[in-house]
Write a protein that binds this ligand. Sequence first.
Ligand code: GRF
Length: 197
Amino acid sequence: KRVAILISGGGSNMIKLVESMTGDHPARPVIVGSNDPQAAGLAHARALDVPSFAIDHRAYPGDRAGFEAALLEPLLAARPDILCLAGFMRILTPDFVQRFQGRILNIHPSLLPKYPGLHTHRRAIEAGDAQAGASVHLVTPELDAGPILGQVRVPILPGDSAETLAARVLVQEHRLYPQVLRRFAQGDQRPITLTAA
Ligand code: GRF
């Protein structure tokens, strides 16, 4: 299976996904794209010998369709079977999602369906939750709402800030996403739940 990965920033999840696709893994990374030409993850992709590109969404103000048309060109040229969103911070239109229907995965830093959208860790702390975590789900036209393929739970500790919690969750994202991708690439969509090691 050919895997494309979209990032917006550091790309730590992308790095873990690329590093996981070796040996008898049924998938290989074929392209890394970003909406930000300055995304630090692009340099990491190059260092990992994965072709990369960037389409600056700021070049398409108020023109989401135009941005996505530009994004689709290098993406489709790589002939991906699976598209992984990994720290990708742009909302994709239903048209875009439908083109990859059922083959887009996303990782979201909350225990969905709780806290779709942004500032998930601050919201969990303010709600007094005992646990936080991350979810990998199939992307559907509704934001952060598709079928869940995997979750990992992380305790919220006394004195946690959004930053300390985010760092603890990110470590677990790096375990969860590669495991979900491997199963998904083998056609296994049974959801998994990990607990923080
Ligand atoms: C992190 O907050 C992560 O929880 C979310 O996107 C952000 C950046 O991830 N998935 P990455 O380091 O760019 O993969």
